[in-house]
Each structure stands twice: as C-alpha cells, then as structure tokens.
Design a protein around this ligand. Structure first.
Ligand code: ZN
Length: 182
C-alpha cells in the first residue's frame, strides 16, 4: 500500500466530473490496490473522508467514515429527502488550513456500491449526511468553498481563535462536528 499525494485547490483534477467505475473493474487488482491506497491516504491525513479526485484519480470512488468503520462508496447517487438544511463548519484536505460554514440538506438517501461491487442504500441525517455530500461533491468537481456562506471563510488559526464552535459546530475532512441550525 502507499500514501498518495493529495491535490490542492487550483489543480484541474479537482474541477472535472469524474467517470463511473465499470462493473468489470471491481475485480481488477489495480482497482483494489487503489482502494487500499485511498484508505491509507485518508488515515495518514486523519480525514473523515477522501474522494478519488483528491488523489489525482478522476473516478467516482469515495472512502469515508459514516459510523465506526471506513467504507467505500462507488458510483454514489444522492437524493435529497428534505429542503431543510443544517449548517456546519467544513474543511477539506484539498483546501488546507481553511474552514468555512456550509449549509446542506440534512436528510438524504444514498445509493452506492461497495469496493467489490455490492449495492447498498442508506438514509442519512446529521454528520453522515454532511460528510457524504461533501465527498460526493468532489466527484462532480465541486469544492465546499463553492457553497460556503460568504464572509465565513477563515484560516485555521483564526477559526480556532474566533469561531464560536459552541454555536456552529465543526466539520472538515480532518475532524467533524455538525449541529442543526436553529
Ligand atoms: Zn474535501
């Protein structure tokens, strides 16, 4: 296994629409090795999620932690089940040392395949819904800074010093909290 280089904002790979994984790819050693490397890279940077384009690989694969164990989402499809949004602080391994507040629908349906091609479907709320939307946005070339509430974008040091975490909670690729907006 190896740790992959993380693409930073400005690299075109983060702005393209990634291609789906084809059914015959699941069995290939290359694909399985890539999944191992993606997971190892997420762990190395202590992320709660990592999308394939963030390691210069424009395919529709995400690894994230929805409960305890990391899991893979391949060719994920999200359906919003509400227009109600939660707001939380987000960060991203591809936008280092920054945080910003983002509002996202707080109840979604997720359909995806695991790394072996087995289909799965969940309904998600709260933090798992937020992290899933953040990571799946990467597959369409969207970064959280595209959705950030104007005037909340902050450097990490200033965020730690001035952001009122009791009010807003926190979410980023590295560590995450989310809180419902009043
Ligand atoms: Zn990200």
């Amino acid at each position: 296994m190896s740790i992959l280089k993380v693409a930073r904002m400005g690299h075109p790979v983060l702005r393209q629409v990634s291609r789906p994984i084809e059914p015959e790819e699941y069995k290939s050693p290359e694909f399985q090795r890539f999944c191992d490397d993606l997971l190892e890279t997420m762990d190395e940077y202590e992320g709660a999620g990592l999308a394939a384009p963030q390691v210069h690989m424009p395919v529709r694969v995400v690894v994230l932690v929805l409960s305890d164990e990391p899991e893979f989402l391949v060719n994920p499809v999200i359906t919003h089940l509400t227009e109600e949004c939660d707001t939380s602080w987000e960060g991203c391994l591809s936008v280092p040392e920054m945080r910003g507040r983002v509002s996202r629908p707080n109840h979604i349906r997720l359909e995806a395949f695991d790394r072996f091609g087995k289909p799965k479907a969940y309904e998600l709320q709260g933090f798992p819904a937020v992290v899933t939307q953040h990571e799946c946005d990467h597959l369409d070339g969207i970064l959280y800074v595209d959705r950030v509430e104007p005037r909340t974008l902050s450097f990490l040091e200033e965020y730690r010093r001035y952001a009122n975490l009791d009010d807003y909670g926190e979410f980023d690729d590295e560590d995450i909290h989310t809180e419902e907006e009043e």
